[in-house]
Design a protein around this ligand. Structure first.
Ligand code: DAT
Ligand code: MG
Length: 145
């Protein structure tokens, strides 16, 4: 495989923090072999989440998504490594936790709660462009690094 060192933005969403799964998510990222290079617990504003999730503006789950993301603190981290973007998406599993593969974070730790928005423990950037954009949103203090 070609060398392609990447960075990705990982969020432990409010459901993951409430259920004390921060350590479990970190464990899975680290034991897979990725390096966590930045990490913080924060409670961002509505505006920040609206920018982060701008691609979903107008969809029926957009408002519930913002409300859910504002329902408690989150943990934001940057993970680094060869092909980490694809690798973390694979570790996370598919969006719908009911059908996410067992063995994945979402498949093992989440399920449909009957809510308007899917609550699935983690976010992971889906491309190099998204990762750069999202890291700048959640870690503006690292600009230029
Ligand atoms: P992912 O987080 O797997 O990248 P996404 O970017 O398509 O998924 O959507 C962002 C979040 O919004 C997702 O983690 C859960 C929620 N969501 C997505 N599609 C949904 C839907 N059809 N109904 C309810 N919630 C949804
Ligand atoms: Mg997404």
């Amino acid at each position: 495989m070609a060398v392609s060192i990447e960075r990705t933005l990982i969020l432990v969403k409010p459901d993951g923090v409430r259920r004390a799964l921060v350590g479990e998510v970190i464990r899975r990222v680290e034991t897979k072999g990725y390096q966590i290079s930045a990490l913080k617990m924060i409670q961002p504003t509505r505006d920040l989440f609206a920018v982060h999730y701008a691609e979903h503006d107008g969809k029926p789950f957009f408002e519930p998504l913002l409300e859910f993301m504002l329902s408690g603190p989150i943990v934001a981290m940057i993970a680094e490594g060869n092909r980490v973007i694809e690798g973390f998406r694979k570790l996370a599993g598919t969006t719908d936790p009911t059908t996410a593969e067992p063995g994945t974070i979402r498949g093992d730790l989440a399920r449909d709660q009957g809510t308007k928005v899917v609550q699935n423990i983690v976010h992971g950037s889906d491309s190099v462009e998204s990762a750069n954009r999202e890291i700048a949103i959640f870690f503006p203090e690292l600009k230029g690094n």
